[in-house]
Design a protein around this ligand. Structure first.
Ligand SMILES: [Zn+2]
Length: 145
């Protein structure tokens, strides 16, 4: 047995998440650090704007509970039709989440450059290897958790 780092209750050694308070133990967070960045394609089963927003919200919550640092949301950049509306609505939603401190930061693909992402790149240097780095890709948005 070990004790939960948050609430202090006894929990089994192999448990990643405390059953009493839901806190993710830091030994697990460290393990997740090597995989701090994840790409999520929202276009795959892309549906309506509402479904895309719901899917994004779910994936952000899951990523946060896993201790991930950054999500790259691939939403496409159509200027009209569903693709364009998803980009606009999703970004609006993400900025609201930032205002409410539900996410740390939101970086539009077109701002994914050395000049505009200094702090993010310091935290997650592996992002420099990303295929969209410095490409000004409007079809993606990065979410820092
Ligand atoms: Zn606990």
């Amino acid at each position: 047995m070990k004790t939960c780092e948050q609430c202090g209750n006894e929990i089994q050694n192999n448990l990643k998440i405390c059953p009493h308070c839901g806190f993710t133990q830091s030994s697990v967070k460290k393990a997740a650090k090597s995989k701090s960045f994840q790409k999520i394609n929202l276009k795959i089963d892309l549906p309506t704007v509402d479904e895309a927003l719901q899917s994004a919200r779910r994936k952000i919550n899951t990523a946060r509970s896993k201790g991930l640092g950054v999500l790259k949301l691939v939403h496409g950049y159509g200027s009209s039709g569903v693709g364009g509306r998803i980009r606009i609505e999703l970004r609006k939603e993400l900025l609201q989440m930032k205002t409410r401190h539900l996410v740390r930061n939101v970086i539009f693909g077109e701002d994914f450059t050395p000049a505009k992402c200094k702090q993010l790149l310091r935290r997650f240097p592996e992002l420099e290897k990303d295929e969209d780095y410095q490409r000004r890709n409007k079809g993606i948005t990065l979410v820092e958790l």
